[in-house]
Write a protein that binds this ligand. Structure first.
Ligand code: FNR
Length: 374
């Protein structure tokens, strides 16, 4: 049977993923912070955007997009997700390979279960590397040099994790990062044999990106070490230092305020409007809500947006509101956890087909023309 009949929407892949991964994995991937209202706001804000169809005007849909001087086959890509390899083993390389084959950008998180050296070759030399700011400038320089040498030409500074969020749902699930094999984790894994077998075959996922920087000086074992190494809240001087060190494109992720966008604009090549999938602050607005004001504040700056995108329609909605490129985090992981590599390809297919069908309704030839249909 055709995958389109079995899994017509991304929500079908999400449901299949939920059935296949252990409970603690689902709680990690699916959860937000607090009462999760900012995650729900993402969906609500997208649903509230209405685009008016046109009739009797022929068109040919062209999804090709130029962003930061590079051509992509569609205006969407894969957002950085920490510990992708915990969701399903091998996720980082599989996601990078699928994105590259489809002509889409892939972002590797600082806190990944695979190293830049392992993932870089699958990005076709144009991967995006996401930086959680290390305290130590030497570690930062080393990380950036490794990313660059591995084929990552674009750097994302994630700016919205200056203070840790409580992530209550993950606490309730007693999830530790890196994963520790406590009895409830083992029991939940045993109930999902496909995940367990795949994990046994590839090894228990750890924070591989950071392993080279483990040192005797950090308190609290590996977890404490990671907190110790990374948890610095980046400020403008940090951004300036990065700008001076990184000669590729630089994106600042996690902007929601138009004034912040204006402040960072001279120091970066693009701003990524995001509330981190609702994982940092339950009171935060959705990207969809703040995008028009940010577009106004920085009319010429390339803008990325994410949060709650689950269809081609959602991609067009964010573009209509001012985004140039739209990213998805959870959805591609649902695809991989549900069906392996074929699930990522299918998620991409659903999004592309959805965009093309909608562009027919809107009678537009390119996604940015959706702005005229608001
Ligand atoms: C994230 N996100 C994230 N962002 C980042 O800059 N570095 C990271 O390591 C992570 N890790 C991470 C883990 C998990 C499990 C999730 C769900 C999200 C945020 C991510 O890049 C993106 O902003 C959101 O995922 C977008 O929302 P959707 O598409 O998941 O609804």
């Amino acid at each position: 049977m055709d995958l389109d009949d079995l899994y017509p929407a991304l929500s079908d892949l999400a449901a299949a993923a939920k059935r296949r991964v252990p409970r603690f994995v689902w709680e990690y991937l699916d959860s937000a912070t607090g009462d999760e209202s900012s995650m729900h706001a993402n969906t609500a804000a997208l649903n509230a955007v209405r685009l008016t169809p046109r009739v009797l005007s022929p068109f040919t849909a062209d999804l090709t997009t130029t962003f930061l001087r590079q051509s992509w086959d569609a205006p969407f890509g894969i957002a950085p997700v920490g510990m992708s390899g915990l969701v399903w083993p091998g996720a980082e390389v599989a996601l990078a390979t699928a994105a590259t084959k489809a002509g889409l950008p892939y972002s590797l998180s600082t806190v990944a279960a695979a190293t830049p050296e392992e993932v870089g070759p699958s990005t076709g030399g144009r991967g995006w590397f996401q930086l959680y700011p290390p305290r130590d400038p030497e570690i930062r320089r080393d990380m950036l040099a490794r990313a660059k040498a591995s084929g990552f030409d674009t750097l994302i500074l994630t700016a919205d994790v200056g203070t840790p969020s409580r992530r209550e749902r993950q606490r309730r699930a007693r999830l530790t990062n890196p994963m520790r094999l406590r009895p409830h984790i083992v029991a939940q894994a045993a109930l999902r044999p496909a995940w367990s077998l795949a994990t046994l075959r590839s090894g228990i996922p750890g924070l591989k990106t950071l392993e080279p920087y483990a040192g005797p000086d950090a308190p609290g074992g590996t977890t404490g070490h990671i907190g110790y190494r990374l948890r610095v809240a980046p400020d403008l001087d940090y951004l300036k230092a990065l700008r001076a060190e990184w000669d590729g494109a630089l994106i600042v992720k996690g902007i929601l305020d138009p004034d912040d966008a204006g402040t960072v604009a001279p120091l970066c090549d693009a701003v990524w409007v995001s509330n981190h999938g609702g994982r940092q602050f339950e009171g935060a607005p959705a990207a969809a809500t703040v995008l028009p004001a940010i577009r106004n504040a920085v009319p010429d700056l390339p803008l990325i947006a994410d949060g709650g995108v689950r269809s081609g329609t959602d991609i067009l909605r964010l573009i209509a509101l001012g985004a140039d490129l739209v990213m998805l985090g959870r959805a591609f992981h649902h695809g991989y956890a549900a069906l392996g590599r074929a699930g990522i390809d299918h998620a991409i297919h659903i999004l592309r087909e959805g965009m093309i069908a909608d562009m027919g309704q809107l009678a537009i030839g390119t996604p940015p023309e959706a702005r005229q249909r608001l």
